[in-house]
Write a protein that binds this ligand. Structure first.
Ligand SMILES: C[S@@+](CC[C@H](N)C(=O)[O-])C[C@H]1O[C@@H](n2cnc3c(N)ncnc32)[C@H](O)[C@@H]1O
Length: 482
């Protein structure tokens, strides 16, 4: 076991560690290793700033974590799949100042640097990464030169463009008071880390798949960053079959397919499934990135879906072969930009049924959620994942997470994204339990909550906005202008 520094990107801070844990599970499972390794990896993660006095009162985002990996290769496999990992560094030293860090490095045996000491062909470069402070070119060079007594020990040549190894000097300089961009700042770094870069996250993938250049998008297309996060939570890889029952423009499935998964999509809206033209539709999105097209795109309502329900198939108690989907990913319609709808039954003569497009009517989001759970419980394989968003207001608390529980699932993560001050949403990640763990009757529709936090969400959100507006009007014209 080696100690590594995980540097997260400074966005979606609720999602970083859960994503790292999910990707570790994916790597661990694909290597057919023992499940207990996932638990010991999770236990090894701790904040690298937790010991700092200032951190105890500080609510500013932490992006530095320590974690134990078995090898550089393992750290590479995990780190290079994560959207929110900026870098994983094999730690050589860390201390509260550059001086102490250099002292520690000088006291280390040559074994520590053995890859870099092998031969002259092991070219390398050194990089300064500073969090919370910007340095000019000459200040950066000064800081790197401070470590020259160590860097000179390596026989390899420094090559800034074509290098084999990258040494990272990481400075955590988040100011204890005031702004990061204050030019007169004098405070010293809170801590310094030095080590060898072993992995960088997959932020470049997000650039490639950005919605800005996507062929076919809609008003609720999921952005590439969050879609890739969902694909990681769904443990997407080439052995997986993943379905999105609210597929829309298929942004989430595109990320799953980019990781090699086979995909299926369904949606109730005929307009979205048809697309704008032959060159601007769901399939053209897959063609744009040369990804394999979905195995199928089906028009159906989640409330009356045609998919196989293994609750019946497994009544012979052959639980090992239960389930046919590895993951379900979903962004449900919250009723703000997209309304939740269901097919309304019409009695038709059989000769009209084939080409008939049924009418739809509004339905509460809570009904879609309970159908989603019923469908997921009867179609996911053991340890298959259900990854979906639900909207909430800023009043959502830890306690409300208990709204999302079902006898067939265990909760893996619930991460909050703040969309606006009042409009938040939670990404829920659940895992299918063993099929024989839950009583048979629990798999069918027991998920029903009288007043879940997401019920009538749009009304709650807009009622509050209207109330505020009325309050402003009551305060008179001068207040309105403000
Ligand atoms: C938030 S959008 C999904 C957007 C999609 N993730 C994307 O990236 O484009 C929700 C979708 O759910 C669909 N929908 C609404 N009610 C449905 C139902 N009962 N069954 C299936 N799909 C439904 C809507 O037509 C809409 O396309």
């Amino acid at each position: 076991m080696q100690k590594y520094l995980v540097v997260l990107r400074d966005i979606h801070k609720d999602f970083g560690i859960p994503e790292l844990l999910s990707v570790f599970s994916l790597v661990n499972r694909s290597l057919n290793r023992c499940k207990s390794l996932e638990e010991s990896f999770a236990n090894s993660i701790c904040s690298a700033s937790a010991h700092l006095e200032t951190e105890k009162k500080n609510t500013k985002p932490n992006i530095f974590y320590f974690a134990n990996f078995q090898s550089d290769h393992e750290a590479f496999l995990v780190g290079s799949r994560c959207v929110l990992v900026r870098a994983i560094i094999r730690l050589w030293s860390y201390a509260p100042s550059h001086e102490l860090c250099l002292k520690q490095l000088q006291s280390l045996g040559k074994d520590t640097f053995k890859e870099l000491l092998k031969s002259e062909s092991e070219s390398f470069r050194c990089k300064l990464f500073s969090y919370g402070r910007k340095y000019s070119q000459s200040e950066t060079v000064d800081r790197i030169n401070f470590y020259s007594s160590i860097l000179q020990q390596f026989p390899g040549k420094i090559n800034l463009k074509d290098f084999r190894h990258e040494i990272w000097i990481v400075e955590d300089s988040f100011p204890t008071t005031g702004h990061t961009n204050n030019p007169n700042r004098t405070d010293l770094p809170r801590q310094v880390f030095v080590g060898l870069l072993v992995a960088q996250g997959c932020a470049d993938k997000v650039q490639t798949y950005t919605l800005k250049k996507r062929n076919f998008i809609g008003t609720t297309s999921m952005d590439a960053e969050l879609s890739f996060l969902m694909a990681n939570f769904a443990l997407a890889d080439k052995s997986k079959l993943i379905l999105d029952p609210f597929v829309g423009t298929a942004s989430i499935l595109i990320s799953c397919a980019a990781f090699g998964a086979k995909t299926i999509g369904s949606d109730l809206s005929f307009t979205v499934l048809k697309g704008k033209s032959d060159d601007e539709n769901i399939l053209s999105n897959f063609r744009q990135y040369r990804l394999p097209e979905p195995l199928g795109i089906v028009r159906c309502d989640i409330l009356h879906n045609p998919w196989r329900h293994d609750t019946l198939v497994c009544s012979n108690r052959n639980f090992d072969s239960c389930g046919w989907l590895d993951a379900i990913v979903a962004d449900l319609p919250y009723g703000v930009r997209e309304s939740s709808r269901e097919f309304v039954g019409e009695k038709l003569h059989s000769k009209f049924v084939l080409n008939h497009i049924p009418k739809t009517a509004r339905v509460g989001l809570e009904h879609l959620v309970s159908s989603l759970f019923e469908f997921a419980a009867s179609s996911l394989v053991k340890e298959g994942r259900l990854v979906f968003w639900l909207p909430c207001t800023d009043e959502f608390s830890e306690h409300d997470k208990s709204n999302i529980c079902h006898p067939s699932f265990r909760l893996i993560a619930a991460c909050r994204q703040i969309v606006t001050r009042r409009f938040h949403r939670i990404l829920f990640v659940l895992e299918r339990k063993e099929w024989n763990d839950d009583p048979m009757e629990d798999r069918t529709g027991t998920f029903y909550n009288q007043s879940p936090f997401y019920k009538d969400f749009a009304a709650k959100l807009f009622r509050e906005e209207q109330r505020k507006e009325v309050d402003l009007w009551k305060k008179g014209p001068s207040r309105r202008i403000e």
